[in-house]
Design a binder for this molecule. Structure first.
Ligand SMILES: Nc1ncnc2c1ncn2[C@@H]1O[C@H](COP(=O)(O)OP(=O)(O)OP(=O)(O)O)[C@@H](O)[C@H]1O
Ligand SMILES: [Mg+2]
Length: 389
């Protein structure tokens, strides 16, 4: 429906799968190569897609499976595929239920055990005359909640009996490399799993993605290059296409509120300010407790200045650990976490001029007021506020 600057706002929604995915050609090419033997029915495949937030892992997997299923149909073969998000409280049972729901939408959630559900799932797959691909999105939740055995079970399905041979493939998706979580027997199966990496988008890449979406969703001429370039610039801090698209949507809404036929740079700035707290929360919620404590230390040191030395942050981190009853990590581990935080775009880490050691640096918070950051973290760490799920 057309409203103001939008001609089809649905094209900006997070679950819309566009026909073209600029700058994901390489990942799609690798997927096609890996799944070629699957198409001949001689093989099943397990693959892991890894990359940080908003790098197109979910959308690429959906786009790929759609393409694969169409290709198979043309050759008279059937591919069933389902995306299952594993991030739920009781991950194992709820993941199985969601998988079963793909085959039987009315299957009741009536306190079945994981073992019972596994049997039901197996029977459903056996009944199909197809190859099933399960996309286990945010699969790290399964590993974290101790349900790695479920992934192991699923990965073995296509090897265990003649009826299921070469019939089940898995596409695992995670923001982090997950196999470190696995215990020994399952590890050996997964060591051979193919990994496809999704890098953060650069400003230019985000610009291309935005340009495509603008054409699909906005009235021609309502967002010029300068506007898209500014949005791309802001989102490139994190390399996150979701953030870029949300900023475009929010900017458009602000233009509409002012009855303006075009989005201005001022709209983008205001949209950035508005989107800010939500994005921060989402990023923080992806951190582990140690990283949160380091970030809290950083935010406290930076309350009234721009840069902090890593040694100052480390001291503040140790105090925070004491406050929240956590054991502080040794320096090397601390520094590894600092680098991870820098990788996630929450802080910027620069080596200190004149420093010869690789472990002293200057830290700054990117774009987020230290006060707001500190109080959010204090709320989460003390359990006054649940992490955003
Ligand atoms: N190359 C691309 N071209 C067009 N749109 C893209 C591209 N990459 C990502 N997007 C869009 O950006 C948004 C985020 O992508 P997606 O949900 O796939 O990210 P993700 O890597 O799964 O992130 P997360 O780890 O947070 O789940 C979606 O709206 C998606 O359609
Ligand atoms: Mg995703």
């Amino acid at each position: 429906m057309s409203t103001g600057v939008f001609k089809d706002i649905g094209k900006l929604s997070f679950d819309y799968v566009p026909e073209r995915l600029p700058h994901r050609e390489e990942q799609l090419r690798k997927l096609r190569i890996m799944f070629e033997p699957v198409m001949t029915g001689q093989f099943s495949q397990n693959v892991l897609l890894v990359g940080s937030i908003g790098t197109g892992k979910t959308v690429t997997s959906k786009s790929f499976c759609t393409e694969l299923a169409l290709g198979a149909a043309r050759e008279g073969r059937k591919i069933d595929w389902a995306v299952v998000n594993c991030r739920q409280r009781n991950s194992e049972v709820s993941t199985l239920l969601k998988m079963i729901n793909y085959f039987d939408p009315n299957f009741p959630d009536r306190g079945f055990s994981s073992q019972e559900l596994r049997k039901v799932l197996r029977r459903h797959i056996e009944k199909r005359q197809s190859h099933c691909i399960f996309i286990l999105d945010e699969v790290d939740s399964l590993f974290r909640s101790g349900a790695s055995d479920l992934v192991y079970f699923l990965s073995r399905l296509s090897e265990e009996s003649d009826t299921l041979k070469h019939r089940v493939s898995l596409i695992l998706i995670s923001q982090r490399y997950v196999f470190d979580f696995l215990d020994m027997p399952s590890l050996s199966t997964f060591k051979r799993t193919n990994v496809i990496e999704f890098g953060k988008y650069t400003k230019d890449q985000l610009f291309d993605i935005l340009a495509d979406r603008t054409e699909l969703a906005l009235v021609s001429g309502s967002a010029d290059e300068e506007v898209l370039s500014m949005i791309a610039e802001i989102a490139s801090e994190w390399g996150d296409a979701r953030f870029a698209i949300e900023l475009l949507e929010k900017s458009g809404m602000l233009a509409n509120e002012q009855m303006s036929p075009v989005i201005t740079l001022e709209d983008v700035r205001a949209a950035k300010a508005a989107t800010y707290s939500y994005v921060t929360e989402e990023r923080i919620s992806g951190l582990n407790r140690q990283q949160m404590l380091i970030l809290l230390g950083t935010a406290r040191v930076l309350r009234n200045r721009a840069f902090a030395e890593t040694s100052e942050v480390e001291r503040a981190y140790r105090i925070a650990c004491e406050e929240y009853g956590e054991k502080p990590r040794a320096h090397t581990q601390f520094y590894t976490h600092v680098r991870e935080l820098a990788g996630s775009g929450l802080i910027d880490l620069r080596s200190k001029r004149g420093s010869s050691s690789g472990t002293t640096g200057m830290i700054t918070l990117l774009d987020i007021p230290a006060d707001i950051m500190a109080s959010r973290l204090e709320e989460i760490l003390s359990g006054r506020r649940r992490k955003v799920q």
